[in-house]
Design a protein around this ligand. Structure first.
Ligand code: AMP
Length: 484
């Protein structure tokens, strides 16, 4: 099948040629004719499948007829993050180079004034994040009653980010008769419900199930302790020992962990940038640009910030934290091994993570081999119950509403504990050459920790174990005589 058989206009075909695309991807082949026939489409596809072009190309063709009116956009694309919205806007520049369409990007973190004047001029394509779109609508600066086509992209991520009430409100502002395209990578029950509400007699288009997409990726897991500095230490050693390393995305579960890890890696001489929700827009854009151009070799990100971003193939993905949901694992590792290239995904696994890893292995339908010694069983090292050994605030809810949201983390161990194992600013290559080369995956071991049993303590002073595992010398517990 070629692009010319899909019913796209000559202008669009010209832009596709200029982009160097030879054949449509499966989602493009299956979705484009239905979009052009004005059918509602439910697209189940993840990033990297060419899904953006699957809606942008037919939109461009359809928008060749008609004109935009002030404050009344003709089409609306909703995206969960600013970066994704900006990425879709770039697609319009690329594929719409032969068109003269007004495309407006309405996202948070930038001034209202410029966005408002764009809306006033009339917009053919409005690409927006839900919150800012509603702000404009509530100020009376935007009317959605002329919107002929609504696209909800990354719907499952919208759910994770708590945007569904906003999406439902926006759904009531656009005409009932509009055409709707709804894209999601996964279909949890809540997404099915929303899809049913938004779509009328949709065509369902589904491409490559996430769990089968990762055939070109070597997956490994590495045992780590539960303390932050110990994990960071292991991560550094794993990065330095990585075979064929070019660049990597490092995923953390929480945005605060992203910031901490970034600071730590930079202080250890790594060329790293961070991407998380607390950064302002210019910092996020600069970080992505540095990683895309190769100026930065490591991108540390949360799922929410990195989801859906079109980042060119990376050689490695490191899961600093095991994701709480197996689906997220599939999305993360899908960042490497793209377009037939090989990639490596390495997950740091603490004893408490073994259940999450089991769920991932079940979804992937295969065990993830260990690099070095396997993690100890999911049991406390001493006779203490496991939960009581965990620092307060670290407990996380698994499953339930709000999954994937960036939660407020516990207070981290101090940066000072993160002792360097190599001199800062040592080039990464030098570290890798120094790494053991005997096996294809050198064993990574935790440095031995002093045992915390009373017998292992120095004989000088008997010690008392505290509830958090620390020890109090006995002399501190002796009663102090108080003179009358
Ligand atoms: P997406 O899934 O929309 O994020 O697209 C992933 C990448 O695939 C983007 O960098 C696109 O430029 C590229 N792409 C989209 N369609 C095609 C195609 N038909 N042939 C080659 N590359 C494509």
């Amino acid at each position: 099948m070629s692009f010319s058989q899909l019913g796209l206009s000559d202008k669009v075909i010209g832009a596709i040629d200029a982009a160097g695309y030879k054949t449509p991807t499966p989602i493009q082949e299956q979705a484009i004719p239905h979009v052009l026939a004005r059918r509602d489409v439910l697209g189940i596809a993840q990033t990297g499948t060419g899904k953006t072009a699957a809606f942008v190309l037919p939109m461009l063709t359809m928008l060749e007829k008609g004109r935009a009116r002030a404050r009344m956009p003709r089409t609306l694309i909703l995206e969960p993050t600013r970066e994704l919205a900006a990425q879709v806007a770039e697609s319009f520049e690329k594929y719409g180079k032969n068109h003269k369409l007004n495309v407006a990007l309405i996202i948070g973190g930038v001034s209202f004034g410029d966005q408002d004047s764009k809306l006033l001029r009339g917009v053919d394509v409005l690409i927006a994040t839900p919150g800012r779109l509603l702000d404009h609508s509530e100020r009376g600066r935007l009317l959605l009653s002329g919107c002929e086509l609504l696209i909800i992209d990354e719907a499952d991520r919208m759910l994770d980010m708590g945007f569904i009430p906003d999406i439902e409100r926006i759904g009531k502002l656009v005409p009932f008769t509009r055409q709707t395209l709804f894209f999601t990578a996964t279909m949890p029950p809540e997404i099915s419900r929303i899809a049913d509400n938004f779509l009328h007699n949709p065509v369902r288009v589904e491409v490559s199930k996430p769990a089968t997409a990762a055939t070109t990726i070597t997956q490994l897991q590495v045992a780590v302790g539960r303390e932050g500095h110990e994990k960071r230490d292991t991560l550094r050693r794993v990065i330095r020992a990585a075979d064929d390393f070019k660049n990597a995305i490092i995923f953390c579960n929480r945005k605060r962990e992203v910031a901490l890890l970034h600071k730590s890696l930079v202080s250890h001489g790594f060329n790293a940038v961070a991407l998380h929700g607390d950064l302002d827009q210019s910092a996020r854009t600069a970080a992505l640009e540095a990683f895309r151009t190769g100026n930065a070799k490591l991108l540390i990100a949360s799922d929410v910030a990195a989801r859906g971003l079109d980042i060119p193939a990376v050689s490695h993905v490191f899961n600093f934290d095991v994701p709480h949901h197996a689906d997220d694992y599939v999305h993360r590792i899908g960042r490497t091994g793209r377009a037939g290239l090989t990639g490596t995904a390495i997950t740091l696994v603490a004893p408490l993570d073994t259940k999450s890893v089991a769920a991932i292995e079940k979804l992937m339908g295969m065990p993830i081999p260990w690099m070095g010694e396997p993690a100890a069983a999911d049991a406390p090292a001493s006779g203490e119950p496991r939960e009581s050994r965990r620092p307060r605030g670290e407990r996380t809810q698994r499953g339930g509403r709000g999954r994937g949201r960036e939660r407020q983390p516990r207070q981290e161990t101090s940066q000072a504990q993160d002792q360097p194992v190599q001199a800062p600013n040592e080039p990464m290559q030098a570290h890798r050459e120094a790494a053991p080369a005997a096996q294809s995956h050198p064993p990574i071991r935790q440095e031995p920790k002093p045992a915390r049993t009373p017998q292992a303590q120095p004989k000088r002073e008997p010690a008392v174990a505290d509830s958090d595992g620390s020890h109090l010398p006995a002399f501190l517990l002796r009663p102090i005589p108080i003179k009358a």
